[in-house]
Design a protein around this ligand. Structure first.
Ligand SMILES: [Fe+2]
Ligand SMILES: [Fe+2]
Length: 260
């Protein structure tokens, strides 16, 4: 199974990258399924039904979220009803949406899990204990291909989590920090790993937002409203190939500029 995973899509610029690049990448990379992180899709914060539908229409099969999952109260009913979008599984039980999705990919099934780290981020339960129970549940259902979007801030927590799930999931892909790391590899027991897949949006800003307000906060400590930038749009992600038993064969970085 060839899985294209697209990193955090930021605002209208990120959505345009997806619309214009995903169909071409999907065919050039022979991807069977496309999973994308949409936690910043709606003007940089959260996702709405409209922006999610735009991403599904552009060829995304499953959307993941992160710490900004609940920034749009108007989307809560949609998160409850749309089975192809997942928020962190270690958020409180009974909160909107679900923590994993299982989709058909040809003859196979792929489970997409979203988990949030707890170093500099908040979650209701440890992602380590949570992934154990989800893996057991999915194995009981006979699902062999599992992809984890591990949404976390600290590289140490991400690296540790990768080792923790090695051999038990097909891929453990880091999101949230918005800068693609160069440490992609298949770990010894067969899990494709990268600390961060990078973001999809304007590279001419500060992790997706216009650089002037970001700089103003750093330089003057005054409040300046963040908004997504349109400058220098790129799509970042990875392509993971798995074998029939669910173990990873390869992982490669994807970095594609949008011709403007
Ligand atoms: Fe993000
Ligand atoms: Fe995030």
């Amino acid at each position: 199974m060839r899985i294209l995973f697209v990193g955090d899509i930021v605002g209208s610029c990120g959505r345009r990258c997806v619309r214009e690049l995903v169909p071409e990448l999907r065919s050039r990379l022979a991807a069977d399924v496309v999973v994308a992180n949409a936690e910043n899709a709606a003007a940089g914060l959260g996702v709405t039904e409209r922006t999610a539908r735009e991403l599904f229409d552009a060829g995304c099969d499953v959307l993941t979220l992160g710490n900004h999952a609940f920034r749009r109260p108007e989307s809560y009913d949609f998160l409850d009803s749309e089975e192809r979008i997942v928020r962190p599984a270690n958020f409180p039980r009974g909160s909107p949406g679900r923590g994993h999705a299982v989709v058909a990919v040809g003859e196979e099934r792929l489970a997409v899990l979203n988990l949030c780290g707890t170093v500099f981020l908040e979650a209701a339960r440890s992602p380590f204990a949570e992934v154990d129970s989800l893996i057991a549940q999915l194995r009981d259902q006979g699902v062999r291909h599992l992809l984890v979007d591990f949404h976390a801030e600290a590289t140490s927590e991400k690296v540790a989590f990768g080792w923790y799930v090695d051999g038990r999931v097909s891929a453990c892909l880091g999101t949230h920090t918005h800068v693609q790391t160069a440490d992609e590899r298949v770990l010894p027991a067969g899990t494709a790993y990268i600390t961060d897949v990078g973001m999809t949006g304007g590279r001419g800003g500060v992790i997706g937002v216009r650089r002037e307000p970001a700089l103003e906060r750093f330089l003057r400590m005054t409040y300046a409203r963040f908004e997504p930038t349109d400058e220098d749009p790129w799509l970042h992600g990875v392509l993971v190939e798995t074998k029939g038993d669910g173990r990873a064969r390869s992982i490669e970085r994807v970095a594609a500029p949008l011709a403007t």
